[in-house]
Design a protein around this ligand. Structure first.
Ligand SMILES: [Zn+2]
Length: 261
């Protein structure tokens, strides 16, 4: 699969939305009567952070994180590579509400158009929605990590990042997924386990998160860690799908007297 990392975040985000609409029944994604117990969330945004050997996943709403963890556990997906293979095979199943041929025009949301366009880059998008296949028997036991933990986050396999980060200008504002990932990264970056980190999601960072990412990038660079969070090709396609940068306001911004000092 020739893929852009953003496809992983989009798939997870849209899968959580599908599961919510189907009251948790995985039959919307795969041929099984299995039901997950925690399908709630606002599906606003999913972001991932990739380092060698690990993939962290966070959402604006931790309810989506719970749903995605239960989904990947049930599907037996516990590595970055396994998730890539799954998304390659199943990403068109979350492009729902189309009749007949699967075309960009009948997709109802910007996120779905964006995923369709990314998946079409390598010409892999099929004309028709593929048939679902049976659920594999293997199950996984992925871990979640709370930002309130005093321990550093795991850096192996898939890790779901949840909880609250400390903010400065808006200490009581809403929290965004990419800043949850950065707050977790702060707890392990000084161990020099990695030299490069990639953050990617469904939407371009809002103005608050963009400013935080810029500062974090500068501070990490001074420690010899390269932070990548912009993909020019994905950015062009994202804008074409109607997902421009927004400034929702009242977003808690990472307190740099606490993080990456
Ligand atoms: Zn944001």
């Amino acid at each position: 699969m020739a893929y852009r990392s953003e496809q992983l975040a989009l798939y997870l985000n849209l899968a959580a939305s599908c599961l919510d609409e189907s009251n948790g029944f995985l039959s919307c994604l795969i041929d099984t009567p299995t039901k997950i117990t925690r399908p709630s969330g606002n599906h606003e945004e999913t972001q991932c952070l990739a380092m060698p050997g690990t993939l962290w996943i966070a959402n604006n709403d931790d309810g989506d994180t719970d749903a995605q963890q239960e989904l990947l556990d049930t599907l037996g997906i516990d590595t970055h590579d396994a998730l890539v293979a799954h998304v390659d095979a199943y990403q068109t199943l979350v492009l729902k509400h189309h009749a007949g041929k699967l075309t960009r025009q009948n997709l109802p949301s910007g996120k779905q158009k964006y995923l369709y366009d990314l998946a079409s880059l390598d010409g892999a998008i099929p004309d028709e929605k593929p048939a679902v296949t049976p659920l594999p028997e293997r199950t996984a036991n992925n871990v979640s990590y709370s930002l309130s933990s005093s321990k550093p986050p795991p850096v192996r396999g898939i890790v779901f990042i949840k909880g609250a980060y400390t903010g400065s200008d808006r200490p009581h504002g809403n929290m965004h997924a990419e800043q949850k990932l950065l707050a977790a990264l702060h707890k392990c970056y000084s161990r020099a386990l990695f030299k490069g980190v990639h953050v990617f999601g469904c939407k371009v960072a809002c103005t608050t998160c963009a400013a935080v990412l810029k500062t974090a990038k500068q501070r990490l660079a001074s420690k010899g860690v390269a932070l990548k969070y912009e993909d020019p090709i994905a950015e062009r396609i994202r804008l074409a799908a109607g997902l421009p940068q927004v400034n929702p306001g009242n977003i808690r911004d990472l307190d740099f007297s606490t993080y990456f000092t």
